[in-house]
Every structure is written in structure tokens, then in C-alpha cells.
Design a protein around this ligand. Structure first.
Ligand code: PHE
Length: 495
């Protein structure tokens, strides 16, 4: 019988990890990143980023997580008692992602319903910004509460609670085994349909049209590394936690390769779908693809509904399927964002999995209601920028230092190789995780910070500082609260 925090099988582990990786980043971020960074030529930095960073880093995060079979905070403390603060930093940052992801999930839930009758009307742009979000860029928007969004978010939180408060295999393990394959199947249906639309080839030609001259530009390399960090959920203590939940016989190296492959397959597939549909729209409306293409909420909640408006009857099939895909992708990712903090709390304070999850989900629900106000959309943009451009990249650098240097990545090599049925690690791996990655990611991190500071409005600055303070204080509280679990000081190592 699996323990409360143990996968029932290797399949559950892989599928849950793919579920975490495949999320909004694959659907709304990647197609745009590919298009705006050289099209076909982007594959060169992209593949380099996967081979040089994605796979080696994931192996490191898995290896250390597996070794400790305990939460991120507990392992960081065991590696060096001075690292406990950093051990709470990432789980708390990832929990902040959970809170704003729940808003996007809520919006998407509303669009699933609307898509059955094109409820966004003739002007999807105005509908999204004005009718639904009642978007306001001023603080006063915080006092304008929007009940529809709150209800939709609440539905999401209930689903999350229903899955997460159970034992790992009975909840997340089982759900991943159903939802992740379902997500891939629906995506295949959407893409096949999109490819048959008139004009699809216009979009694809535009997408893949390689601009080789960009290969010499630093930005496209940064974009590729940034995409892989985000898309594979690297350095977020998620992969670490999932690996610590495994039984004693996992082939972590091979798992890593499967996960990276599945993630890339999904996002490239999504790009085919998105650009076929944009090509169709371009043909119908006479607007150039370059003017239609956008990313993020603009793509999902404005461009797609606009396309569905001109698509006729098929929109009633494609629309719901599309918004359902976004929902499933978001759900399987958001489920992973609570695990690191939950497991760390269980380890330090001795509460059960079910009680910890219930408490965290209540706290998350309450805080998330700030996104159900007219200022919510704007705030979400600020927090998203802070977390992705600043906090998480910092996390990757921190993990590289704690794992590769203080823990000493060398210790894992023999063990990982002995289980591997595919590639084996050697000196090249140490070179990557100890030197190349921390240096490279630090450069991207500084570049990103620079961007944020340069383009920041006054409101954004205030809320970025506020998010940083909340993150640092919450982390501090978890660190200084006295442990209640006698096991807290007892950390066994498997390797
Ligand atoms: N990897 C997810 C995606 O591509 C994003 C994510 C980030 C998920 C952090 C969980 C935690 O959308």
C-alpha cells in the first residue's frame, strides 16, 4: 500500500509531472514566443535550451528530491541549516502562482459556458475587458467586487480541494492518469480540425518562416531559456517534491527525457493549432497574421472568441473543446503548485496531508478573491511578471547552488546511472549544473529585472514591492515558527 505521500506507480509520477509542465505556458505563451523569435530558426536555441538546461536541470532536481524523500524545506535544512529560509522561499513563491492561476482558471470556466452560445457577443475585446473584468487600472478598482468571477473561481477551488486533500495516489495520481491523456487527445482533435480550415497554410507559413539572422541576437537565446524554465516548471521545487514522492525503484533519467519530450510535443502541437486558426482568420478578414497574433489572455479570451464568431456552426464544437483544453491544462498545473508548500508544512508541523491541504486551500481561496475585483486583471499582470521574471529565475539559481554545490551533485551520479536504461551522466553533467546553468540563468535574471524596472509604471512598482515583501515575510514566518513534528530533524537519505 502506498503511503499518503507516495505515487502508486511510475506512470502516475510521469503523468502528474507532465500535467504540471503542460499548462497555459504551452498553449498561450509558446506559439507566440516561437513566432516572435525567428520562427523556424527558433528551434536551434530551443533545442539547445532543452538539452543544455531542461534535461540536465530536471535530472538534478529529481535526483536530490528522490534522495531525501522529504519536502523541499526539510531537505534544504538538512543540506545546511542556514538554507532553511531558501527552502521555504520557493514553496511560498509557487503557492503565490497558485493563487493567481486560480483567477485564470475561473475566467476560462466562464468561457467554457459562454462558448456554447457565443455569449461574448459581437465584440469579444470589449466583452472581456469591460463587461466581464470591468477592468480598472486604478487602485479603487479593488473596491469593485465582481461576483461572477468569484463564483467561477470558487468552483475551481472546490475541484482542487476535492482532488488534493486525498492521499496522493488516490487524488492527484488517479486524476493525472485520466486528465493528462484526455488533454492530449482533445488537443489532437482540435489541431486536426484546425489544419483542415481554409487558410491554415497561411498561418503556418508565417509561423515557421525562419529568420536566420536572429540567431546572432542574444534575446532569442534568452527567450528560449526563459520558455523552457517556465514550461517545464523548472526550479520551482515542484519536480523536487514529485520525485520525493517516488518509491525506491525509479529510473529518473529516463523519466526526465519522457517528460521533456511530451512537453515539447504538446507545445509544438499547440502552435500548429493556434497558427492554423490565425491563418483562417487572416483569410476571412483580410488582416495580416502579424496583426492578429498575440499571447496570453489576449489570445485565449479575445482572439479565439473573435475567430469562433466567424467560424459558423463548427464554433459550437471547437469553442467548448478549446476552452476545456485550457481548463484541463491549467488544472493539472495548478494542482502541482500546492504540493511543495503543503508537504513542507506537513513535515515541519506534523499536520496530516488532508488537514494541511484544506487549510492551504481555504487561505488560497480567501486571498484569491482580490482577483475577483475590477483591479484583478491588472494586478494579475503585475504579480505574474514579478513571479516569472524575478522570483522563479532566482529560484533556479538558488537550486543550482544548493543542490550542485552545497549538496554536491557528484554524489548522485552513480546512483542515477545505475537505474538508467537510457543515457548515463558524466563530467559533462557536472559542468552544466555547476557552472553553465547558474551563470547563464543569472544573466537572464538580471536582464529580466532590468526590463521590469525599465518598463514599470508607478502602480506596478508599488505592487511588485508589496508582492516581494509578502513573499519574504511569509517565508520568514515559516522559517522561524518552531517545529512541532519530532521527525523534522530526522532526514534520511536514499543514495
Ligand atoms: N509549466 C506551466 C506551464 O507551462 C506553468 C507552471 C509554472 C505551472 C509554475 C506550475 C508552476 O504553463
Amino acid at each position: 500500500m502506498a503511503d499518503k505521500n507516495e505515487w502508486g506507480s511510475n506512470l502516475s509520477f510521469i503523468l502528474a509531472m507532465i500535467g504540471s509542465a503542460v499548462g497555459l505556458g504551452n498553449i498561450w505563451r509558446y506559439p507566440y514566443v516561437l513566432y516572435s523569435n525567428g520562427g523556424g530558426a527558433f528551434y536551434i536555441p530551443y533545442i539547445v535550451a532543452i538539452l543544455l538546461m531542461g534535461i540536465p536541470f530536471l535530472i538534478l532536481e529529481y535526483g536530490v528530491g528522490y534522495n531525501f524523500k522529504s519536502s523541499f524545506a526539510k531537505a534544504a535544512r538538512k543540506i545546511n541549516s542556514k538554507c532553511e529560509y531558501l527552502g521555504w522561499f520557493l514553496p511560498v513563491a509557487v503557492f503565490m502562482i497558485m493563487i493567481y492561476y486560480s483567477a485564470i482558471l475561473g475566467w476560462d470556466g466562464i468561457y467554457i459556458v459562454l462558448s456554447f452560445f457565443k455569449g461574448w457577443g459581437a465584440n469579444p475585446d470589449a466583452f472581456f475587458a469591460t463587461t466581464l473584468l470591468q477592468s480598472s487600472e486604478s487602485f479603487t478598482g479593488l473596491f469593485n467586487f465582481i461576483p461572477v468571477i468569484a463564483i467561477a473561481m470558487l468552483v475551481g477551488w472546490i475541484i482542487i480541494w476535492f482532488i488534493s486533500h486525498r492521499d496522493l495516489e488516490a487524488g492527484l495520481g488517479k486524476v493525472s492518469k485520466v486528465l493528462v491523456p484526455a488533454l492530449f487527445i482533445i488537443m489532437v482533435i482540435i489541431v486536426i480540425f484546425s489544419l483542415t480550415l481554409p487558410g491554415a497554410s497561411i498561418g503556418l507559413a508565417e509561423l515557421f518562416n525562419p529568420d536566420w539572422s536572429l540567431l546572432g541576437h542574444f534575446e532569442i537565446w534568452m527567450a528560449a531559456f526563459g520558455q523552457i524554465v517556465f514550461s517545464l516548471s523548472l526550479g520551482m521545487s515542484i519536480a523536487f517534491t514529485y520525485a520525493s514522492y517516488t518509491k525506491d525503484d525509479a529510473d529518473l533519467i529516463t523519466n526526465t527525457i519522457s517528460i521533456a519530450l511530451a512537453n515539447s510535443l504538446f507545445e509544438n502541437f499547440a502552435a500548429l493549432g493556434v497558427f492554423s486558426i490565425l491563418g483562417y482568420m487572416s483569410l476571412q478578414s483580410g488582416t495580416a497574421v502579424s496583426e492578429l497574433v498575440t499571447q496570453g489572455t489576449g489570445l485565449v479570451f479575445v482572439v479565439y472568441p473573435t475567430v469562433f464568431n466567424v467560424l459558423g456552426q463548427w464554433a459550437y464544437v471547437l469553442g467548448p473543446l478549446f476552452f476545456l483544453t485550457v481548463y484541463l491544462a491549467g488544472l493539472t498545473s495548478i494542482l502541482s503548485t500546492v504540493e511543495p508548500l503543503s508537504f513542507s508544512i506537513q513535515n515541519k508541523f506534523g499536520h496530516s496531508r488532508s488537514k494541511t491541504m484544506t487549510m492551504l486551500i481555504i487561505v488560497g481561496t480567501c486571498i484569491s478573491m482580490i482577483y475577483a475585483t475590477a483591479f484583478g486583471g491588472t494586478l494579475l499582470g503585475f504579480v505574474d511578471t514579478f513571479i516569472n521574471q524575478i522570483a522563479l529565475l532566482f529560484g533556479v539559481v538558488v537550486e543550482c547552488i544548493i543542490f550542485a554545490w552545497i549538496f554536491k551533485a557528484e554524489k548522485l551520479i552513480d546512483f542515477l546511472n545505475s537505474k538508467s536504461k537510457t543515457i548515463t551522466l558524466g563530467k559533462w553533467w557536472l559542468l552544466i549544473v555547476k557552472y553553465i546553468l547558474p551563470i547563464f540563468i543569472s544573466i537572464i535574471w538580471i536582464g529580466g529585472m532590468f526590463d521590469v524596472v525599465r518598463s514599470c509604471s508607478f502602480e506596478q512598482m508599488i505592487f511588485t514591492i508589496a508582492s516581494a515583501v509578502i513573499l519574504l515575510v511569509a517565508t520568514l514566518i515559516f522559517t522561524i515558527l518552531p517545529a512541532k513534528n519530532p521527525e523534522w530533524n530526522n532526514t534520511e537519505e536514499r543514495v
